[in-house]
Design a protein around this ligand. Structure first.
Ligand code: EPZ
Length: 437
């Protein structure tokens, strides 16, 4: 596949697509398999780059990963992890943030872990201070080296009481993956409770973990001596679902997203309806369509679950360029997630970004130099342009904008979109989009 696509816009997307297991659960589930003393089976795994990266990383740690009988099934056997030669792993980390989640499992299995400098989308500073502080509280010793982190636990890992400064998804997963085999009880306050985290908890419970989710973001984990394997079908990818929904609305089309579940999408569905989109929940998924008439401007703030996901805002903003009036989007999760709007403006959108918190809740980025609020004035006629994909979600938004625009766009760097969207080119074609390489 080439790294550039020509998109001939102006055709409504019509038809159906299928979403598989959530990228942001599948990669963590693969890491969790390292904790078991028996093989695990993961179903509905999408063929995306992030899965390949984690697979390579696990194989470097001598986890045997093979395709199972069912399409999308992976079998992960961690029996030989103790024999791993881990010197090579720094070569493979560059495009992902998942390696940091191997800390707990590797400390339990090997007594030490080396975590190379991390990659991932450039949407903010993305520090890992919460992760490292949590590991220290479990009793780990963390040494920063020029190429990464050397982590050891000479006296083992012990349950502890922790409170996160912010309900970070990754840090919550770090604590879960470490606490399940630590000695004693761990209490985590201000935990993230995203559906992917609840799904990870379910999977760990299948392995033998004892985890209670209390009210008010408190999670309690009772360490156990051993964990077995799991057989798990992950929750569907709710970011991909919202991406296709926004694409249907922005192109005035009609798309059935097979595999989508209402329970994961409730917050998104409310906003979709307020903008003027229509949807129908069916037994097989959710159908999203443009019912005609004018779209309406909305004001939203991104937030941790159950708020409006930060990863939903980029595709939705493209649809908001077609709504009458001024829409406001206040991004409270990442400080630099509006880099992509320059490209939309170059295509004819009118989007202004601000440093101020343009929402009801002042956030961590207010009164600092972060342009984290956007005002979108619409409706705007979009026209084709040359676009360069800056990061995963922004990249898909560029595609949606190109599909909604009049004329042809050349989109460069589309391989980045493969990190999180399975077969997106084939899916676009199946929906009637005119794209060529
Ligand atoms: C996960 O990232 C997802 N990635 C992101 O999806 C998603 O946007 C994000 O959660 C929020 O839902 C994966 O699951 C692989 P965080 P994560 O820790 O875990 C700050 C996508 O496109 N923070 O919840 O890295 C951080 O800087 C991606 O699929 C610290 O300050 O997100 C951010 O402002 C992009 N210190 C906030 O917390 C830390 O040690 C939330 O980050 C950790 C995080």
């Amino acid at each position: 596949m080439t790294d550039a696509l020509t998109v001939h816009g102006g055709t409504p997307l019509r038809g159906q697509v299928r979403v598989r297991g959530a990228k942001n659960l599948v990669s963590k589930a693969m890491v969790a398999a390292v904790l078991g003393d028996a093989p695990s089976r993961l179903y509905d795994v999408p063929r995306i780059r992030d899965v390949e990266v984690v697979r390579t990383l696990l194989e470097l740690h001598e986890v045997r990963v093979r395709d199972g009988a069912e399409p999308g099934e992976l079998v992960l056997d961690p029996a030989n992890v103790e024999q791993a030669q881990v010197d090579e792993i720094n070569v493979h980390a560059g495009s992902s943030r998942i390696p940091v989640l191997l800390c707990g499992p590797l400390l339990h299995r090997l007594g030490h872990a080396f975590i190379p400098d991390l990659g991932g989308c450039n949407i903010g500073g993305r520090p890992i201070d919460f992760h490292l502080q949590s590991l220290r509280e479990f009793g780990a010793i963390v040494d920063k080296t020029p190429t990464g982190l050397d982590i050891s636990a000479p006296n083992g890992l012990h349950g502890t009481k922790l409170a996160l400064p912010y309900p970070s998804v990754g840090a919550t997963e770090q604590v879960l993956l470490t606490a399940v085999l630590a000695e004693g009880v761990t209490e985590l306050r201000n935990a993230a409770v995203e559906p992917e985290i609840v799904d990870l908890i379910c999977l760990l419970q299948k392995m033998g973990a004892i985890i209670q989710v209390h009210t008010d973001r408190v999670i309690e984990i009772e360490g156990v001596q051993r964990l077995g394997g799991y057989a798990h079908r992950p929750i569907p990818d709710r970011i991909e679902v919202a991406s296709w929904a926004a694409a249907a609305l922005a192109t005035r089309g009609d798309v059935l997203v097979r595999g989508a579940r209402q329970v994961d999408m409730m917050t998104f569905l409310n906003v979709f309806r307020s903008v003027g989109g229509a949807f129908e929940v069916t037994d097989t998924g959710i159908r999203f369509w443009y019912p005609g008439g004018e779209l309406s401007a909305v004001a939203i703030e991104t937030d941790v679950h159950p708020g409006f996901m930060t990863d939903w805002q980029q595709p939705l903003v493209v649809a908001l360029t077609q709504a009458r009036g001024l829409s406001i989007v206040h991004e409270t999760v990442y400080e630099r997630r509006f880099g992509y709007v320059d490209a939309l403006n170059a295509m004819g959108a009118t989007i202004q970004v601000y440093r101020e918190c343009l929402g009801g809740t002042p956030c961590r980025w207010g009164r600092r130099n972060f342009q984290h609020s956007a005002v979108i004035a619409g409706p705007s006629k979009l026209h084709g342009a040359d676009l360069v994909v800056p990061d995963l979600r922004a990249g898909f938004s560029h595609l949606i904008a190109a599909l909604a625009a009049e004329g042809a766009s050349r989109v460069y760097g589309v391989q980045l979109i493969n990190r999180g969207y399975e077969d997106f080119e084939a899916k676009l074609r199946a929906l009637g989009a005119h794209v060529d390489g």
